[in-house]
Design a protein around this ligand. Sequence first.
Ligand code: 5GP
Length: 137
Amino acid sequence: MSYDSDNIFAKILREEIPCIKVYEDDSTLAFMDIMPQANGHTLVIPKEPAVDLLELTDAAAADLILKVKKVARAVKQGLQAEAITIFQLNGAAAGQTVPHIHFHVLPGSIVEAKRHASISADAEVLASYAEKIKSAL
Ligand code: 5GP
């Protein structure tokens, strides 16, 4: 599948639409998922345009997993989570809804999580979790 530069995360990277940011560097952006499956659900995306992990360059993939670890540590510590689930979907048939590679960082268990990409959360609530995560970065 070719990369669609009008996908929602490409627009977030270009700052055409807003996000509640928790971390950014030259290669990576992390922000709150607007339809969180648990309190503190965070997305970590590379700036390199790629639909999924299989299409991401090895260099970007290696960099990205280190950033996922960094953000996951902050989510765990900042939200005092007992455990962290990290997942990443490749292809619509796997349930991927946004065609720009991203990792999900979810406090707690996927088994007890809410439905994927289904219920929008209040921006103020998301911002309060973002502050806790940022304070642990
Ligand atoms: P996927 O289904 O591609 O693995 O995950 C995409 C995620 O992006 C979903 O968890 C969904 O809730 C989230 N999402 C969809 N649109 C937006 C948006 O406009 N902003 C943010 N912050 N998250 C979004």
